[in-house]
Design a protein around this ligand. Structure first.
Ligand code: SAM
Ligand code: SF4
Length: 320
């Protein structure tokens, strides 16, 4: 059995949110206060995650991304990486992290089987970083990036969410990071979702501005056709620049991914509020696999962000 949806897309990639908690408070992701996290009792245990990954792997999923919330605040996260890396059929494990704890964990993660990391970094200015994250330290992230590089969690992707009037004046500096390092610097457009919808709507800026500000950027071929980014490079630079435009829906037809929330809900599309509870199928491997094959047929053909439809949850609750 394989996971093929009604639009002939083969699902090979599962993104798992291991927690909705976070050690940071980015203004576009979480409100200043009143954030409600899921009680620990509802969060999937490692054994439950393992069962679900095994079922997906049997059905042809090869790639796992751990995210959150902040995946590195989940207790014993290294042990989870190690468990997943031993599952037959899983060829790649990656992680999206804010990097704050990466200095501490990079080596252990690599040894446990993590292949690479995407690190979020919205500014290269220490004060601005503290401002957008409501108090986190850029120094920790930079040290985390260094350590990830040192232990070979590569190629490293740096994710920058573009915020109008905040970091659009740093685009050139961020692109310059690709000059001597094989980093992919990816600019992501703000999504107006969840509790921060008003904040994000007022600060949205199209990532076309990157091409306007850095005229030297030349389009280059995508290495992975299911990647949501379109890639560019300044000739002669080692790294690449990616533009991710979630609103345009340019990549829905090549979408090969589904998501699992920290409480065991399957999300077939990031931009849909529809979720399916997998917890009730965990007693039998066979039932779980059969249900996944059935559920995958519900994956929507494309999202409706460009029709002004936005989802109720924020990224930390879904697993961005
Ligand atoms: N805590 C980790 C991190 O920040 O990398 C992983 C989870 S975070 C929700 C995943 C990604 O979602 C980050 O790159 C973050 O910048 C992005 N993100 C969060 N809210 C967003 C929004 N409203 N629009 C666009 N990207 C957003
Ligand atoms: Fe935390 Fe990541 Fe959301 Fe920032 S974007 S608040 S680091 S989950």
């Amino acid at each position: 059995m394989t996971l093929i949806d009604n639009f002939n897309r083969k699902i090979e990639y599962l993104r798992i949110s291991v927690t909705d908690r976070c050690n940071s408070r980015c203004k576009y992701c979480m409100p200043a206060d009143g954030v409600e996290f899921k009680p620990h009792i509802d969060v999937l245990s490692f054994e439950e995650i393992e069962k679900i990954v095994k079922a997906f792997a049997k059905l042809g999923v090869k790639k796992i991304r751990l995210t959150g919330g902040e995946p590195l605040v989940r207790k014993n996260i290294v042990e989870l990486v190690s468990k997943i890396s031993k599952i037959d059929g899983i060829k790649e494990i990656t992680m999206t992290t804010n990097g704050l704890l990466l200095k501490k964990y990079a080596k252990e993660l690599k040894e446990a089987g993590l292949n690479r990391v995407n690190i979020s970094i919205d500014t290269l200015n220490f004060d601005k970083y503290s401002e957008i994250t409501r108090g986190s330290s850029l120094k920790d992230v930079l040290e985390g990036i260094d350590e990830a590089e040192k232990v070979g969690l590569a190629p490293i992707k740096l994710n920058t969410v573009l915020v109008n009037g905040f970091n659009d004046n740093e685009i050139v500096d961020l692109v310059e990071l690709t000059k001597y390092k094989k980093f992919d610097v990816r600019f992501i457009e703000l999504m107006t979702i969840g509790d921060t919808a008003n904040w994000t709507r007022e600060r949205y800026i199209s990532n076309e501005i990157v091409l306007e500000k850095v005229k030297e950027l030349k389009s280059v071929k995508k290495l992975d056709k299911s990647s949501p980014a379109t890639y560019y490079q300044v000739p002669g630079y080692l790294g690449r620049v990616g533009l991710i435009n979630p609103v345009s829906c340019g990549f829905c037809s090549d979408c090969n991914r589904v998501r699992l929330t920290s409480t065991g809900r399957l999300k077939l599309c990031l931009h849909s509020d529809v979720e399916y509870n997998l917890k009730k199928f965990l007693d039998s491997e066979e039932t779980l696999e059969n249900e996944l094959v059935k559920l995958i047929k519900e994956k929507p053909e494309k999202h409706k962000l460009n029709e002004g439809v936005s989802i109720k949850k924020s990224m930390f609750q879904i697993g961005g």
